[in-house]
Design a protein around this ligand. Structure first.
Ligand code: NAP
Length: 298
């Protein structure tokens, strides 16, 4: 067994959901209605169906309204845009999430651009990307925001720390880098063309792995005592034939021998994503109705 402290994302997410539920109860009193999250799912992708079901359940469990719109896989882009417009104009809907990926005949960027940025609780709209980059209040993508919450909970101030983000996707890597910069980290963003990844990782006090390659980051790459956040979710063959298991982008066995603290997979970053989505939704509900909210408790 390794020396590293385990960062328990499952427990943190449970606490966050409890805080969201308290704030949601206060919103109901002030606004005379529940805060509402609309989730749009096009097609029948099994993984997306599971995500949408879990989002709906957890939304209701937090005392908010869940609106699910399930559209057939052959829905036209125009019809999907019309649904988004209708949700933009619906005062009962505070947050809108269009489950990705969309079927190939749809332009994801165009669909996201149609969401009202003030209801864009996923933080993918270019207006929110720009707000994050310039330090204006907006909505930040849920997974990277969840990672920063775990880091601040573990380390307190991140100011002056060296961070490496492995991966530069719009959903995780880039917003992660922006958030760490906003926390005054010195940030390196690594990707598939990075010349010497182990060397970049060795310098870092904070390592964020968001690659999608099972157990790629090895313990011997790490600076002793580093804090490691593993965003990866990879299904690999299990010990028993026909069974699979989940692993991250970090080789947990070797990394936990060297790291100071590390998130496990599962039970680390994964549970944070929906909890932060609910947090973003209750924040959107208050902001859009001009109601005060103490965001620091969330
Ligand atoms: P993505 O869009 O596929 O991006 C992967 C990134 O990794 C790319 O920027 C790519 O570089 C980089 N990369 C690929 N191979 C590399 C290598 N050998 N060395 C260094 N960098 C390399 O993936 P994503 O959507 O960001 O997701 C990343 C992982 O996080 C996946 O395992 C995904 O399942 C997981 N995830 C988890 C959650 C959650 O916990 N809720 C949410 C979202 C994603 P290039 O840009 O150069 O191609």
């Amino acid at each position: 067994m390794g020396e590293a402290a385990i960062i328990d994302g499952k427990a943190f997410a449970e606490n966050l959901r409890a805080r969201v539920a308290e704030v949601a109860a206060g919103f109901l009193e002030k606004a005379n209605r529940k805060a509402g999250l609309a989730v749009v799912l096009v097609g029948e992708d099994p993984a997306s169906q599971v995500y949408v079901r879990n989002k709906g359940k957890q939304t209701v469990a937090c005392g908010m309204e869940s609106f699910e719109h399930k559209l057939p896989v052959d829905t036209s882009e125009a019809d999907l845009l019309a649904v988004v417009e209708q949700l933009n104009n619906d005062p009962a809907v505070d947050g809108i999430l269009v489950q990705l990926p969309l079927p190939g005949h749809m332009d994801e960027a165009k669909v996201i651009a149609t969401i009202n940025p003030d209801k864009d609780v996923d933080g993918f709209h270019v207006v929110n990307v720009g707000r994050l980059a310039t330090g204006l209040p907006g909505f930040v993508p849920c997974t990277p925001l969840g990672c920063v919450m775990l880091l601040k909970d573990k380390l307190g101030s991140l100011s002056g720390l060296d961070a490496v983000v492995i991966g530069r996707s719009n959903i995780v890597g880039k917003p992660m880098a922006q958030l760490l910069l906003a926390e005054s980290c010195t940030v390196t963003v690594a990707h598939s063309r990075t010349k010497d990844l182990p060397e970049a990782v060795r310098r870092a006090d904070i390592v964020i792995a968001a690659v999608g390659r099972p157990e790629m980051v090895k313990g011997e790459w790490l600076k002793p005592g580093a804090t490691v956040i593993d965003v990866g979710i990879n299904r690999v063959p299990g010990a028993e034939e026909g069974k699979t298991r989940l692993v991250g982008d970090v080789d947990f066995a070797s990394a936990s021998e060297v790291a100071g603290a590390i998130t496990p997979v599962p039970g680390g970053v994964g549970p944070m994503t929906i909890a932060v989505l609910l947090r973003n939704t209750i924040v959107a509900a208050h902001r859009n109705m001009g109601l005060e909210i103490d965001e620091s408790v969330l």
